[in-house]
Design a protein around this ligand. Structure first.
Ligand code: NAD
Length: 500
């Protein structure tokens, strides 16, 4: 296992200045605010284990004020009433401004969540693309749909809902902020975003940029920093929201959905996954192994829709395993900003213990550890590094059934198409599965047989603006993201009817 330390990039002056702030405050009603009780929490660089920033830790009263600011901005700021093309122009200006600062955002994101720099850059690009996609889509929507019915004049009008809440996790902080905020803003809503406590910095830098360039009226975008069980719970329980979106674990998703249910607020939940790759015996074994190893080591396996169960046709199983082991052993683990690094750290010590714990639990439950994994050392860095690992055995194993969220795949052989499909669907999750074969008719058949929101062919983790992405079962409910349906979710329909 190779480890490296050479620095890729020196920090931009803007990044150093941003990180030097003694306190990173929340952004509420266009102003920077501390928690009323003065509470703070520290954010740590996962690659070094060192403190990166101190951030305001908001409580219920603080969060409620942010929701009030968003409600007031919805009614008073003019944002909701702007002509659609003018609002779209603002979204494009935000995208342009982020694009100009791409490397600043990428460095902040890389440091904050331990993301390898090029992956952080591509997340920033995804945010830009998301804003542009919804800015353009918003101009193509029919906001007044006339319905032809006998003896009545009728139409459906679409208006923004009001204040919308967003609670997001730490694995793709900026990208997921874009997936939530862009459609809501494009539709004329106002927003309160609660980033994860591990990774609030890119959202705060976004607010700083928006404030400096006066891109949005005060209160249209609010960012509330704080812990999940306090600030997050306060967001989920506030009755003044008109829509809620939660991305994160199924456990917390249930709590958020329950709270929204009590207030009868429509909620979208984008949750965890336990994706399968079903690999047939006609594939190029080396190429497919390469792609799946890339997928499971991408962002250290902290990807909700990743292929974590590799179901391999028995004819090629042994060769496939050998190819994977060779490749996983050569993955370069290192500091996220180092130029040679292919895989960075996990986000925190808790996540590292979780991943290492699942290796132990899996073995205790009968699996074979065919590539050992374990904690990894990067010289001079006290970060949360682990090596990639492979388990194999019966799918009725804790490590094959539960989400690990690290660079760990679970292998099992299958004999027939029916068996491959059955094994892929033998899970409570339903986010993204893939099928790998040269027979495209078979691929289409298998992909449509998956009980999941997404079926991918000869690739994994394929998320494209315009194609609905969402989960079923334990992986989510309530809509999905990045498609025309998403924009519609942020538009409130009202049917207007006049008997003739
Ligand atoms: P998490 O559920 O622990 O936290 C997510 C967010 O919820 C954070 O902002 C956290 O502060 C907040 N939170 C925690 N407790 C809360 C509470 N009681 N009430 C309200 N909010 C609370 O998830 P995580 O560990 O940050 O992220 C990993 C999970 O996210 C994995 O399960 C992963 O699969 C999932 N995920 C899903 C998608 C998707 O698109 N389906 C995308 C990324 C991540």
């Amino acid at each position: 296992m190779a480890t490296i330390t050479e620095p890729r990039t020196t920090l931009a002056a803007e990044v150093s200045a941003f990180l030097k702030k003694p306190l990173h405050k929340a952004f509420v009603g266009g102003r920077w605010v501390e928690a009323a009780d003065g509470a703070t929490f520290d954010v740590v660089d996962p690659g070094s284990g060192e403190k990166l920033a101190t951030v305001a830790s908001l409580k219920k009263n603080d969060v409620d004020k942010a929701v009030d600011a968003a409600v007031e901005a919805f009614h008073q700021s003019g944002w909701a009433k702007l002509r659609v093309n003018e609002r779209s122009a603002v979204l494009h200006r935000i995208a342009d401004a982020v694009e100009k600062r791409r490397s600043i955002f990428a460095q902040i994101e890389s440091l904050d969540c331990g993301k390898v720099y090029p992956q952080a850059e591509s997340d920033i690009q995804n945010f830009i693309d998301t804003f542009r996609y919804f800015a353009d889509l918003a101009q193509a929507v029919n906001y007044r749909n006339v319905i032809a019915v006998k003896h009545h004049e009728a139409w459906v009008a679409r208006h923004p809902w009001g204040a919308c809440g967003f609670i997001i996790p730490w694995n793709f902080p900026f990208l997921l902020a874009g997936w939530g905020l862009a459609p809501a803003l494009a539709a004329g809503n106002t927003c309160v975003l609660k980033p994860a406590e591990d990774t609030p910095l890119s959202a705060l830098y976004l607010c700083q940029m928006i404030q400096e360039l006066e891109l949005l009226p005060a209160g249209v975008l609010n960012v509330v920093t704080g812990l999940g069980e306090t600030a997050g719970a306060a967001v989920s329980q506030n009755p003044r929201f008109r829509r809620m979106s939660f991305t994160g674990s199924p456990e917390v998703g249930r709590l958020v959905a329950e709270a929204c249910g009590r207030n009868l607020i429509p909620v979208k939940c984008e949750l965890g996954g336990k994706g399968a790759a079903v690999v047939f015996n006609d594939v190029d074994v080396a190429e497919t192994a390469e792609k799946l190893v890339q997928a499971i080591t991408f962002h250290s396996g902290q990807v909700c829709c990743d292929a974590t169960r590799w179901l391999i046709h028995r004819d090629i199983y042994d060769d496939f395993v050998d190819e994977c082991i060779t490749r996983m052993k050569s993955v370069q683990i290192g500091y996220p900003l180092d130029s040679q690094t292919q895989m960075g750290p996990l986000v925190n010590e808790k996540q590292r213990s979780r991943v290492l714990g699942y290796l132990e639990k899996g073995v205790r439950d009968g699996a074979s550890l065919i590539l050992e994994g374990g904690a990894a050392k990067v010289p001079g860095k006290n970060g949360f590094y682990v090596k990639p690992a492979l388990l194999a055995g019966s799918l009725n194993n804790v490590a094959a059934r539960e989400e690990i969220f690290g660079p760990v795949a679970y292998l099992a052989p299958f004999n027939s198409e029916e068996e491959g499909i059955r094994m892929a669907n033998d899970t409570d999750y339903g986010l993204g599965n893939s099928v790998w074969s040269g027979d495209l008719a078979r691929c289409a058949r298998v992909a449509e047989s998956f009980q999941s929101g997404n079926g991918w062919i000869n690739a994994h983790n394929v998320i494209v603006h315009g194609v609905p992405y969402g989960g079923i079962g334990k992986s989510g409910m309530g809509g999905g993201v990045v498609s025309p349906d998403t924009l519609n979710d942020y538009l409130r329909p009202i049917s207007v009817v006049r008997p003739l």
